[in-house]
Design a protein around this ligand. Structure first.
Ligand code: URA
Length: 225
């Protein structure tokens, strides 16, 4: 099970705790804990899956090719990396970039939860299936979930494709990410267009069908923050 970090008052303090974390089996093989980076007061918090090789080596999220594309797409909505906060579901690199396992997510999710609470962003952007399914507690894939701003724990959540999918999938996927980031821009500008379907996290979870065999991954925000 994850630790509770409700008593931790700052991101720096939380990062320090994470830097020595041995709560899961990813700890021995990591080079660095990739805690997260960006503005502690960001209106936009971006959540990826987990560090890759370059992130593990540098201790920073999204520093590889996916990160470069993410920077470009963010700049198109007028945001620089320093304006946002970027973190991952798991803070240590899974060997050979395999998917994080449920026990690893379970061990790590307290960090993400406290990061979101401390940063208190207006909008959380989940990149790809992994973080979207975890935070929205759904089994529905990103292709169906994206394109909507969800009302989520007192803020908004906008799911979109992972930039790695855009690197593989080309312009069509990039344009979908662009459309989702335009939604992010609208949300932080306080103009939620009426055509945007708003759904509560709970109803989104219901629509998506909460998996009952995968609860360990799905209860990140299972109780009110
Ligand atoms: N992919 C992710 O999901 N996170 C990173 O930090 C890098 C690549």
């Amino acid at each position: 099970m994850t630790g509770s970090f409700a008593h931790v008052e700052t991101l720096d303090e939380l990062a320090l705790i994470a830097s020595g974390c041995v709560m899961c089996s990813l700890a021995p093989s990591r080079t660095n804990v990739v805690f997260g980076s960006g503005s502690p007061d960001a209106a936009v918090m971006i959540v990826g899956e987990g560090p890759g090789q370059q992130e593990d080596e540098q201790g920073l999220p999204f520093v590889g090719r996916s990160g470069q594309l993410l920077d470009t797409l963010l700049s198109e909505i007028g945001l620089q990396r320093a304006d946002v906060y970027i973190a991952n579901v798991v803070k240590c690199r899974p060997p050979r970039n395999r998917d994080p396992r449920p026990d690893e997510i379970d061990a790590c999710k307290g960090y993400l939860r406290r990061q979101i609470e401390l940063i208190d962003p207006i909008v959380v952007v989940t990149l790809g299936n992994f973080s979207t399914k975890l935070l929205l507690r759904t089994e529905v894939g990103i292709t169906k979930m994206r394109g909507v701003a969800y009302a989520w724990w007192g803020r908004y959540l906008v799911p979109t494709f992972h930039p790695a999918a855009a690197l593989r999938g080309g312009e069509r996927v990039k344009n979908d990410i662009r459309a989702d980031l335009a939604l992010v821009r609208a949300v932080i500008d306080g103009r939620l267009p009426s055509e945007i379907r708003e759904e509560g996290g709970e109803s989104a979870a219901r629509q998506g069908g909460v998996s009952d065999h995968d609860d360990s991954q799905l209860d990140l925000f299972g109780d009110a923050p």
